[in-house]
Design a protein around this ligand. Structure first.
Ligand SMILES: Nc1nc2c(c(=O)[nH]1)N[C@H]1C(S)=C(S)[C@@H](COP(=O)(O)OP(=O)(O)OC[C@H]3O[C@@H](n4cnc5c(=O)[nH]c(N)nc54)[C@H](O)[C@@H]3O)O[C@H]1N2
Ligand SMILES: Nc1nc2c(c(=O)[nH]1)N[C@H]1C(S)=C(S)[C@@H](COP(=O)(O)OP(=O)(O)OC[C@H]3O[C@@H](n4cnc5c(=O)[nH]c(N)nc54)[C@H](O)[C@@H]3O)O[C@H]1N2
Ligand SMILES: [Mo]
Length: 766
């Protein structure tokens, strides 16, 4: 038998240290220094003229939405600086003047490119023309757009079943592109639509849908401004949602109290300067959080239950702590919750969290006395085996307090990618929604498949087993973002054809199927002209507001296509003009796409008109206090057992987190200056006591191992950093540590990989 050709591409570059410098962690975030840093970076990458033009346009009414996080723009953004340091970095990274095209790829093979680190790959710049990596070859070559569409159509037609194709979406895509993409997958006959949500807020969606009848958060920015108490749980806004700090600051000015619940005292929550306010910058900022609870990793369920128990005890004295009227009218399972709480012992619950009783009692008292309560959260509680019950236990607190469906109270799962919520709303999902399928039949004229598709974990397993042949990615960096990197890389390279619709080079362009297409697309800041008319796109923010986004910069090359155009042209080629949707028109007329979205997607209405200016909120039953879509028309309290990860004596729990200089797998730089780390990413943060137990010192070189089901996985060579982190816990950056997460270790119910609680051992490299 002929031996199969395989390319020698590694999942990591040669591992080398880059020259660690240690400084004190910073106490203030996003002050003058922050913005100066941002501008320096932006000007260098983009050039002064473009940078100034674009920065003044970002997040303004008629401008483009920031490509970084999903934090909403306030109703009346200030005319300048409605962006943060990391927004400016995201823009500079996308609008860089460094470009690569066919000539570059004829010089360097994918095998050679794979020796670069992820940081170096990203630095190579924007991809300027469509490319193909042919079977048996190691160099990408140019291909015309028409030939690329033909190739995809031919391969799709050759499948035995549409479920042999998988369509991944990363959350930077627009509503328009995501809608076309999702409808094309369904028109082919598959619901195989994994998306980055599966690795992100899927646990929130599961918990919230069950309890409140909607998978999204319920609050607006104005709600935050007027809240009495805001809990910020498992989230690092100073780095990942810097503009959120302005909302928290306003809340404080209005008398609200901020509580941070996090194993780390993250910069920004501790002390923050608002770059838009000169007075603040001069005064040196002030503390944002009134109380910080340095909780041990993955013990939030015990904390939330302890808080509930204490509130119940206080309510027994006064009958005023719980909102009994709200509970009687709107909430199910109250008696069951009370019975469950009685099973637990206060001291035992608290002991698990490692928290100080007085400190927690302050939070209990705040919650007891107030009812305008908002809970914000992100990856710190969504990426554990017990993530769904953890979120549910926090939402129980809101429900007994009646803190849902009224102003200044509610849920705030803070979304990651700038349009991850919108992509989901317009139909990117692996499960079946009967209502949506009926509307597709009525308005788009075809039968959508009724069999559930695969999520991220299942997609990888399917490819690994060679049950899928084509893997298409609308953005993202699948191989590095997903867990179990070695397994995932093998899975993807089993495919016949992989297609990446991308802006910049990343490792998923090097670890590919037998044949690979690399289709370059516009960034958010670029002007998109179709048939002589400038088009705009729409996005949905974390608070459910749909707004337009209109780029202004000249595209990185004349040979790029927009995401909607690429998808519609592939569909048009596949169906050969013979389909109930007019793909050819949709490729060039985004108003026509939005008209179809309005018809098919619940909640979208007159989007062409209403997405202009401030945009419009999608309907939200939890915000409205309407639970009629749930059993007995009531919000559902849930019973959540306290589960613990059992550790062997030498094991620690590792959380994989973001540095200040990265956007997911895109590495902007090698610093994490808020945490005092400069010029190095291969570091592991440890408690001094844990270091001592292992005879480790500052800068000791160690390997990290995880051992699940007898299989040892290793992340090689990290420098030990003594850090203020609870004993028994450790932290390191992703994606370097994704090799440690086994493919089958994920949250119950949501299947989100356990990126924040990996059992590891640490071994010194001699
Ligand atoms: N600049 C920048 N912005 C981004 C991103 C980026 O990479 N860079 N990524 C975007 C995306 S897709 C997302 S999803 C968000 C991510 O935003 P975050 O969720 O803020 O990101 P992480 O770095 O994963 O931080 C998780 C936080 O949870 C804490 N934590 C970990 N385990 C636990 C726990 O068990 N309990 C509690 N209470 N806390 C815990 C960690 O200490 C850390 O502060 O940011 C978005 N915005
Ligand atoms: N261990 C660990 N793993 C994690 C996490 C963690 O906390 N720990 N977090 C998880 C989370 S929350 C998420 S959301 C995922 C992220 O997973 P992904 O969304 O798949 O990854 P990104 O790194 O955001 O993707 C970056 C790439 O997107 C492309 N891109 C950028 N802008 C555009 C655009 O406008 N259009 C198109 N078409 N392409 C574009 C560029 O080529 C860039 O290289 O990672 C997950 N993985
Ligand atoms: Mo995310």
């Amino acid at each position: 038998m002929k031996k199969e050709f395989t390319r020698k591409v590694s999942i990591t570059s040669d591992i080398k240290f880059t020259g660690l410098e240690l400084k004190e962690p910073m106490r203030t975030a996003a002050g003058v220094h922050g913005v100066t840093e941002a501008l320096k970076h932006t000007f260098k990458e983009m050039g002064v003229v473009n940078a100034t033009k674009a920065l003044f346009d970002m997040n303004q009414e008629d401008g483009f939405r920031c490509p970084s996080c999903a934090w909403p723009v306030p109703e009346n953004p200030s005319k300048i600086a409605e962006y943060c340091e990391n927004g400016a970095k995201a823009l500079a990274d996308e609008a860089t003047r460094v470009h690569i095209g066919a000539k570059f790829f004829s010089k360097y093979s994918v095998e050679e490119l794979a020796k670069h680190s992820d940081y170096e790959l990203n630095k190579l710049g924007r991809i300027t023309e469509p490319l193909v990596l042919k079977e048996g070859k190691v160099h990408y070559e140019p291909i015309s757009w028409e030939a690329a569409y033909q190739l995809m159509a031919k391969e799709l037609k050759a499948l035995d079943h549409p479920d042999e194709a998988i369509f991944y979406t990363s959350g930077r895509s627009s509503n328009e592109a995501a809608f076309l993409y999702g409808m094309f997958a369904r028109a082919l006959g598959t619901n195989n639509m994994p998306d980055c949500s599966n690795m992100c807020h899927e646990s929130s969606g599961k918990a919230l849908s069950k309890m409140l009848g909607i998978g999204k958060g319920s609050v607006t920015i104005d709600d935050l401004h007027g809240a009495e108490v805001v809990l910020v749980v498992g989230q690092n806004p100073g780095t990942n949602h810097p503009r959120m700090l302005s909302a928290l600051e306003k809340c404080k000015q209005n008398g609200g109290k901020i509580v941070s619940i996090n194993p780390l005292a993250e910069t920004g929550l501790v002390n923050f300067k608002n770059p838009q306010k000169v007075a603040d910058m001069l005064s040196g900022g002030r503390n944002i959080s009134d109380i910080h609870l340095p909780i041990k990793i993955n013990t939030d369920i015990a904390l939330a239950k302890y808080i509930l128990k204490r509130l119940k005890e206080l309510d027994a004295e006064t009958n005023t702590v719980f909102d009994h009227e709200f509970i009687a009218n709107k909430v199910a399972n109250y008696d069951e919750l009370i019975t469950d709480l009685d099973k637990y012992n206060n001291e035992q619950l608290l002991a698990q969290t490692g928290l100080d009783k007085e400190n927690v009692e302050e939070v209990v008292q705040l919650l007891a006395k107030n009812s305008k309560i908002i809970i914000c959260w992100a990856m710190g509680i969504t990426q554990h085996k017990n993530a769904v019950p953890t979120i549910q236990e926090y939402v129980n607190i809101l429900l007994v307090k009646g803190a849902i469906g009224k102003p200044h109270a509610g849920t705030c799962p803070v979304r990651g990618h700038s349009n991850v919520q919108g992509d989901r709303s317009v139909g990117i999902q692996h499960f079946v929604d009967e209502g949506l399928n009926n509307r597709i039949k009525e308005h788009l004229g075809f039968d959508a498949p009724t069999k559930r598709g695969v999520d991220v974990v299942e997609a990888i397993q399917t490819m690994y087993k060679k049950k899928a042949k084509i893997f298409v990615c609308l953005g993202g960096n699948f191989v590095m973002a997903a867990s179990d990197t070695v397994y995932t890389a093998k899975a993807v390279s089993n495919c016949h054809l992989t297609v990446q619709i991308s802006t910049k080079l990343n490792r998923s362009h090097l670890i590919t199927g037998k044949t690979a297409l690399l289709l370059p697309t516009f960034g958010r800041s670029e002007k998109d002209i179709q048939n002589g008319k400038q088009q705009y796109l729409t996005m949905e923010s974390s608070t459910g507001k749909v707004r337009q986004s209109k780029g202004l910069l000249k595209p990185a090359s004349g040979n790029l296509k927009s995401e909607p155009e690429i998808i519609a042209e592939v569909a048009n080629t596949y169906f050969d003009g013979n389909h109930s949707m007019d793909w050819k028109t949709l490729a060039h007329d985004y108003n026509a796409i939005r008209e179809l979205i309005d018809k098919t997607v619940k909640g979208f209405d007159k989007t062409n008109e209403r997405s202009k200016g401030h945009g419009y909120y999608l309907p939200n039953n939890a915000r409205a206090g309407d639970f009629s879509n749930l059993p007995n028309g009531k919000a559902q309290l849930t019973i959540n057992p306290v589960t613990r990860i059992s550790l062997n004596k030498d094991e620690l729990i590792l959380m994989t987190i973001r540095s200040h200089d990265q956007f997911n797998t895109t590495i902007y730089g090698l610093h994490d200056r808020y945490r005092g780390i400069h010029n190095e990413r291969r570091v592991v943060f440890m408690n001094k006591a844990d270091m001592k137990l292992r005879n480790l010192e500052k800068r000791s070189v160690v390997n990290l191992h995880s051992d699940y089901d007898g299989k040892k996985r290793t992340a090689e060579k990290f420098l030990v950093i003594p850090y203020d982190i609870p004993q028994g816990n450790a932290a390191a950056y992703f994606p370097e540590t994704n090799v440690l997460v086994p493919i089958d270790q994920f949250a119950d119910d949501s299947q989100t990989p356990i990126s924040k609680s990996i059992r590891i051992t640490i071994a010194e490299v001699m």
